[in-house]
Design a protein around this ligand. Structure first.
Ligand SMILES: Nc1ncnc2c1ncn2[C@@H]1O[C@H](COP(=O)(O)OP(=O)(O)OP(=O)(O)O)[C@@H](O)[C@H]1O
Ligand SMILES: [Mg+2]
Length: 213
């Protein structure tokens, strides 16, 4: 299986979606066959689950419900889209994946990491990304970017500063536990700087894959 699975993580407004498109174009220019996708969502069923998860009218949603819906969408995403693409040798780049579950539903909402790991093992069977980019920046900067981007806020964006501090710390902590898989990007820097660091990692990945072939 020479397809590579790349995930983009970080708090709101960190630049995940902007750089998803950058990565897509950069890899495509190198002749790599790839798909881009996102979580929660990525499939028709997953997008329906996403609409439930982000609906800010659902103030009654329990943390357990949120956690299970995230993994329900992910199970569909994996079987219907991610794994088949990787098996065809395609690269898959996803705007968020399971690290987000540890950060948001775990660290910020208080679901135990052990419980999350149990469900992760059941749904993913030991599958995880080859590379994860963490877009790290102070919460206020991300919030200001989201505000200037405009548009409606969702159920998560209703949360307070402290919630996102927990998310940010959890991402950094997860990266420190498996430094080979993660690349932490200083997302407060100008886009060109961020993208230089992304390209460095993508070039390393391409070399590693060429060696395996
Ligand atoms: N390094 C950067 N410097 C300045 N502005 C940036 C940078 N990266 C992204 N932006 C801008 O910040 C805004 C938010 O970026 P983007 O939508 O990519 O973030 P996101 O991580 O996908 O956010 P969300 O979590 O809300 O989906 C956009 O208007 C984007 O153009
Ligand atoms: Mg986005």
């Amino acid at each position: 299986m020479l397809g590579q699975f790349i995930t983009l993580e970080g708090t709101e407004g960190a630049g995940k979606s902007t750089n998803l498109m950058f990565i897509k174009d950069w890899l495509a220019a190198k002749g790599i066959d790839l798909i881009v996708t996102r979580e929660p969502g990525g499939t028709e069923i997953g997008e329906a689950i996403r609409a439930v998860l982000l609906n800010k009218n659902y103030t009654a949603m329990q943390a357990e419900t949120e956690l299970l819906l995230m993994f329900a969408a992910r199970a569909q995403h994996l079987k219907e889209k991610i794994l088949p693409a990787l098996e065809q040798g395609k690269w898959v780049v996803s705007d968020r994946f399971t690290d987000a579950t540890y950060a948001y539903q775990g660290a910020a909402r208080g679901m135990s990491f052990e419980r999350i790991a149990e469900i992760e093992n059941w749904v993913q069977q030991g599958f995880f990304p080859n590379t994860t980019f963490i877009f790290d920046l102070p919460i206020e900067i991300g919030m200001a970017r989201v505000a200037s981007r405009g548009g409606e806020t969702d159920r998560f964006e209703q949360e307070k500063h402290d919630f996102f501090e927990k998310v940010r710390s959890a991402y950094l902590q997860r990266a420190s536990m498996a430094p080979k898989r993660y690349t932490i990007l200083d997302a407060s820097q100008p886009l060109e700087q961020v993208q230089k660091a992304i390209v460095n990692r993508l070039e390393e990945m391409m070399l590693a894959v060429e060696k395996m072939a």
